[in-house]
Write a protein that binds this ligand. Structure first.
Ligand code: F6R
Length: 596
């Protein structure tokens, strides 16, 4: 989703902004632009398309200057066009702004400003910020900013460049300011700082930063000066490199064994689980758990429900975050709400967290990005330790989320049972994943064979159904092939009408006890002319030899979700490549969804 970057210092802003914009590409965007203050005023350059396009234009048309702002836009209000791209300039062109979020009352403000003679060039909500600032800032910029903030409703992080200064205001959307030698750099996330600054400060809602090359001051929205300390962070910028892989998605799929090793190293101590909670007592008498998340993180929650209910016998409800916000949850005594998020910034999940807190429900965030808003606001946090995930389609974050959920299930049940067998099996997972990676070339061949299908169904039972849902999302995200997941027994209750020779059904069968039922369901599809790809374990190979098969390594079926998803992530990856698509940046998607 929209990304902001800005620089004020002693070096050429253009290069630093372009580097920052490239690292923000992974968030998902459709247009890009920069404004840089040169000797003869602020120069703006923006376009729809990729950062590479802006870069090659600016190579030939360099803008020299030491202060600048840049933006990657993911269209919400107004289509994808040069005019709707950011930055936006005020009427006099003296103020340039970039914005992430949504100004909810923009239509009223636009009418008001048009009445005062302001002319709008774009269809965006963001442009009102530039004109509003100009309207209120005629005498003193800072006072005008405070007045403007009183009139803006919605969610935003914006940066306004005026004179030799940049003013940043935050309400809802994230922004981090980094401090280097005689320079400040800011961005929507740590990666956008391009490793230039190790000392950073995260703005909180209702805070303003005023940046000059030599100083940075912080204020509240009411204009009072506030004290904020920069802190040192370790950000591994090698995570942002392809390191020999052709794409981030495949790099991240193959990193999944290491992710599990990191989880084992950090969270397992001999025969116990080493979570350090602020208030561990809160977990001992739980009556009910809500798991709330979006997309892939929600699918991790589906796995979490099975494992927590199976292991600790606590009732779990998994709710899509945007629905949880509107629901009226029934509180049954000691309740916990688990929020799962890779980015820690997803607006729906953040609002669900705030709702849970307002209802007095204790909250636990399972989050990948350190220092993210959700990790800061939840009562308890477990970091999922996936490392930086760049590809828009989530893979290693999912494995990390289910890894932490398995350990949390064991942690809850540890009040009653010995965990040694469970933990021994968990420790085997990195090895089993590495065996699964050996299926790579076979999967590439299968993707080649099936990439012309116009519809794919994923079916599974129990834990395999949760993998089916995630596998289906992965395929549709990166290949744009229509796909759906069904509990295997449900297909015959209607959807089987869609099966024909243009469809592929991928049957996931990792649970010995359900294997014969899965084979029957797959045969029902085959009997209607549909192709079947059957994922199963070698022990039952003879039974399903009539299908195209993918034999998974032997493993404990209770841990199946770690293993069954890997070949299906690879299948989605190779299908996307066979179709010639941009696998790391699929159309219309954003990595960090910071609007409701
Ligand atoms: C799918 C995907 C999305 C995210 C969802 C939640 O590959 O990446 O479905 O899982 O937008 O994002 P986070 O986990 O950042 O809250």
């Amino acid at each position: 989703m929209c990304g902001i970057v800005g620089y004020v210092g002693t070096e050429e802003a253009q290069d630093i902004l372009l580097r920052g914009l490239k690292t923000l590409e992974y968030r998902g965007y459709d247009s890009v632009g920069v404004s840089i203050k040169s000797d003869d005023g602020i120069k703006l350059c923006k376009m729809s398309g990729r950062v590479a396009g802006l870069e090659s234009y600016l190579e030939k048309n360099r803008i020299s200057g030491l202060i600048g702002i840049g933006h990657t836009r993911w269209a919400t209000h107004g289509g994808v066009s040069q005019m709707n791209s950011h930055p936006h300039a005020s009427f006099s062109k003296k103020i340039h702004i970039v914005h992430n979020g949504i100004i909810e009352n923009y239509a009223d403000l636009k009418v008001f400003l048009q009445g005062k003679g302001f002319y709008f060039e774009s269809e965006t909500d963001s442009e009102v910020i530039a004109h509003l600032l100009e309207y209120y800032c005629c005498d003193n910029f800072f006072d005008g900013l405070i007045e403007s903030l009183r009139h803006l409703t919605g969610v935003f992080a914006f940066a306004a460049m005026f004179g030799e200064e940049i003013y940043i205001a935050k309400k809802g959307s994230p922004i981090v300011v980094g401090h280097g030698l005689q320079e400040y750099i800011f961005s929507s996330d740590l990666s956008g700082l391009s490793g230039r600054a190790r000392d950073v400060v995260f703005l909180e809602d209702g805070e303003i930063a005023v940046l000059r090359s030599s100083s940075c001051d912080f204020f509240s929205f009411s204009g009072e000066k506030i004290d904020k300390q920069f802190m040192e962070v370790n950000f591994d910028s090698s995570e942002s490199l392809l390191e020999g892989y052709p794409h981030y998605m495949v790099k991240e799929i193959f990193q999944q064994a290491e992710v599990l090793e990191r989880i084992i190293q950090n969270y397992i101590d001999k025969n116990s689980i080493a979570f350090s909670f602020m208030n561990p007592g809160c977990f001992s008498e739980l009556k009910k758990i809500y798991i709330v998340a979006c997309g892939t993180a929600y699918h991790a929650g589906l796995v979490g429900k099975s494992i927590i209910e199976g292991y600790s016998r606590i009732s779990v409800e998994v709710v899509v975050a945007s629905e949880f916000i509107n629901n009226d949850p029934i509180l049954e005594g000691n309740t916990l709400c688990i929020l799962i998020s890779q980015s820690g910034e997803t607006m729906d999940t953040l609002f669900a967290l705030r709702k849970a807190k307002s209802l007095g429900i204790y909250t636990l965030a399972i989050v990948n990005s350190r220092f993210s808003t959700i990790s800061r606001e939840a009562d308890e946090v477990l970091y999922s330790l996936a490392g930086v995930e760049i590809a828009v389609a989530s893979t290693k974050a999912y494995i990390s989320q289910i890894g932490v959920l398995y350990l949390f299930a064991a942690y809850l049940s540890g009040y009653k049972r010995d965990l040694s067998e469970f933990l021994d099996t968990f420790r085997q997972l990195p090895r089993v994943l590495r065996e699964t990676f050996c299926l790579d070339s076979q999967i590439e061949g299968l993707a080649e064979r099936f990439s012309s299908k116009n519809k794919v169904f994923f079916i599974g039972r129990g834990l395999d159904y949760a993998s089916a849902v995630e596998a289906s999302l992965k395929l549709k995200e990166v290949s744009y092939i229509s796909s759906e997941a069904y509990p295997a027994g449900e297909l015959k209750h209607g959807t089987i009408a869609l099966i024909d020779d243009q469809t592929l059904t991928i049957a996931i069968s990792s649970q010995e006890s359900l294997n014969s039922k899965m084979i029957s369901n797959a045969k029902e599809v085959q009997a209607r002319g549909g192709d079947v790809l059957f994922l199963g374990k070698s022990s039952s190979h003879d039974d399903f030899s009539t299908f195209e098969t993918l034999i998974l390594p032997e493993f404990d079926s209770m841990f199946a979700p770690f293993v069954t998803i890997v070949p299906l992530q690879l299948f989605a990856y190779y299908t996307s490549l066979k179709l010639g698509l941009d696998v790391d940046k699929p159309r219309n998607l954003a990595k960090s969804v910071t609007v409701e």
